[in-house]
Design a binder for this molecule. Structure first.
Ligand SMILES: Nc1ncnc2c1ncn2[C@@H]1O[C@H](COP(=O)(O)OP(=O)(O)O)[C@@H](O)[C@H]1O
Ligand SMILES: [Mg+2]
Length: 286
């Protein structure tokens, strides 16, 4: 679905403030995958995802979406933007219509759908994100932070993209709001046949959802793999400024103290399953 081949990107190239944001990134994401992209602030996450729908053009390497090379003149970039739905960081600043419904319809109308088709899709998308029907006639400015976030995500879902990219969708929300949105994203992935890329600096969030994780550091892919493969390298993750999930830290400390617990534990359930027999054995021995 998505292929990056040795992609680089530099901001303000040639000037005194030149900044290489991506440096030789290669990756491949298959249709239907749920991928997490993590990295410290400034590691290149937002730059990378803007290359995936042609908002930015690489200064080296190739970006291939669904078999189409984005630097090829023949590629229809408009079509690519409908295919790869990108929900930018703090998307609520882009809500501007009189009503929430109109806002969600903006994308589908732009694609050339009729008003009734656009509204039908908007209602479906709002429902997918958990936005109550009763809010659709309100002004977007009357919504809470979490509701605005949902409205923005619904506006992208309503375009029925094949790929949904979310840049820090839970940033600035309270814990309950974060969990609700994450839960809904998992739901969308399951029910809508989507490829999802979730960008986050929260390891906990990514660990809960992603099948595969890419870790960015200084514009390069530092490591990738399943959550358990990535969290097994917790020492390196901490070195590059990332917080591993709390339960991973607990498991690491236990291992350091001599308890026989494998690396790469990242859910409380896994820790429980591994620790319980160890505890029972101790109790029997005593
Ligand atoms: N518009 C821009 N102009 C100049 N430098 C930028 C711009 N956007 C990002 N950068 C720089 O590029 C690097 C990567 O940024 P970004 O992709 O936003 O990282 P992340 O999303 O992981 O925080 C950072 O050093 C950042 O300061
Ligand atoms: Mg960013």
């Amino acid at each position: 679905m998505i292929k990056l081949e040795n992609v680089s990107y530099t901001y303000m190239s040639g000037g005194p403030f030149e900044k290489k944001a991506l440096d030789g990134v290669s990756l491949r994401i298959d249709p239907g995958e749920f991928v997490g992209i993590i990295g410290h602030t400034g590691s290149g996450k937002s730059t990378m995802i803007q290359l995936l729908n042609g908002l930015l053009k690489p200064d080296g390497g190739r970006v291939i979406i669904d078999g189409e090379d984005l630097s090829d003149k023949k590629t229809d970039l408009r079509g690519i933007r409908f295919k790869v739905g990108l929900c930018m960081q703090y998307p609520e600043y882009q809500l501007f219509e009189e009503t929430v419904l109109k806002d969600i319809c903006f994308g589908p109308l732009n694609m050339g759908l009729s008003k009734s088709e656009a509204e039908e899709r908007a209602r479906f998308a709002a429902n997918m994100t958990g936005l109550p029907e009763s809010l659709l006639d309100k002004s977007p400015f009357d919504l809470s932070g979490g509701q605005k976030r949902r409205a923005a995500i619904a506006g992208i879902l309503a375009m029925e993209p094949k790929v949904l990219i979310l840049d820090e969708p839970t940033a600035g929300l309270d814990p309950a709001g974060r969990d609700e949105i994450l839960f809904k994203i998992r739901d969308m992935h399951k029910r809508m046949d989507l490829t999802v890329l979730l960008v986050s600096h929260s390891m906990e969030d990514v660990a809960k959802l992603a099948d595969r994780i890419f870790v960015l550091n200084s514009g390069k892919i530092e490591m990738s793999g399943s959550p358990s493969e990535v969290f097994a390298k917790s020492a390196r993750l901490r070195e590059i400024g990332l917080n591993v999930p709390q339960i991973t830290r607990v498991a690491d400390r236990l291992r350091e103290a001599g308890v026989d617990i494998p690396a790469g534990i990242y859910t409380v359930g896994d820790a429980y399953r591994i620790l319980l027999p160890l505890i029972n054995k101790r109790l029997e021995n005593n």
